[in-house]
Design a binder for this molecule. Sequence first.
Ligand SMILES: Nc1nc2c(ncn2[C@@H]2O[C@@H]3COP(=O)(O)O[C@H]3[C@H]2O)c(=O)[nH]1
Ligand SMILES: [Zn+2]
Length: 270
Amino acid sequence: MLLPCKVENVDLLIMLTSAVCHDLDHAGYNNAYQINARTELALRYNDISPLENHHCAVAFEILQKKESNIFRNLSSDQYKRIREGIIKCILATDMTRHNEILNKFKSILHGFDFSNKEHKDLLMMVLIKVSDISNEARPMEVAEPWLDCLLQEFFNQSDVEKLEGLPVSPFMDRDKVTKPSSQIGFIRFVLLPLFVELANLFPCLEHHIIDPVRKALDYYTEMEKALDKEKQNWAQNQEAPEARQNLDQKPQNQKPSDPRRTPRTDVSGI
Ligand SMILES: Nc1nc2c(ncn2[C@@H]2O[C@@H]3COP(=O)(O)O[C@H]3[C@H]2O)c(=O)[nH]1
Ligand SMILES: [Zn+2]
C-alpha cells in the first residue's frame, strides 16, 4: 500500500513542509533545559513545547515573507487547512508527547480509515515523528556522523546544566552514557516500538526502516561488548604489577581514550 495513493496532495505538501521546517532555529538545548533555565522561549510559550512552538512560528514567519511564501497562490481556505496541518505535525515532534501519540495511533490502527480526518491527522503526526527520529534507518556511514553530532549536543547540554546547577538529563550525561548505550536504549524503547506500529499499516516499511534499524542495534550491541572488554582489560592492567610503572607516568584515574566516544564539546560551537 503506497502512501501517495491514500492521502491527498495537500497532505503530502503539509508533511513535506513540516519535515523541512520542524527544527527551524533549534538552539541545541531541549525543552527540559528551556523550562528549567526559564529561557525566553519557555516564558513565551508557558513551558508548553517551547521549542516546537518556536520552530513552527519561525516557519510561518518565513512563509509570510513575499519572497518565500510558497502558498501565496492558495485560497484562504486551502491556506487555513495547510497551516492547521503544519502546526499539528510540527507540535507532534515534541518527544514528551511520544507515548501519547503512539498510544492513540495504536488504538485506531485496527479499524484505520484513510477517509477519517482524525485517523489521517494521527498518521501524519506519526509519519513526521518517524522521519524526525529515523537517522538510524540510514546507512551506517551516513547515520553515525550525525549521531556523533547529536551526542555532542547532548553532552554540551548536560555540561551546561552541571555548570548552571540545573537538573541534568541522564541520557545526555557524558559520565553516564556512551554511544552504544545511548543507541541500544533509543532503538529498543523508542524507535522499534514506533516503527513496528507504522509497519502494521504499511508492511513494506519492514524492509525499508525496520531491517536497517535492527542491523544498527546489532552494530551498537557489538560496540558495547567491545567497550566493556576494553574497560575490563584496563581494570586488569591497572592491577598488574608491570602496569604500575606505566601508571606512574600517567595521571591517576585517566581512562584510555576510546575512539568511539564523542569528543568533548566546545560550548561556543553549538
Ligand atoms: N539517543 C538518540 N536520540 C535521538 C536519535 N534521533 C533523535 N533523537 C532524539 O529525538 C529528538 C527528536 O526531537 P529533536 O530533533 O529536537 O531532538 C531529537 C533527539 O533528542 C538517536 O538516534 N539517538
Ligand atoms: Zn528533529
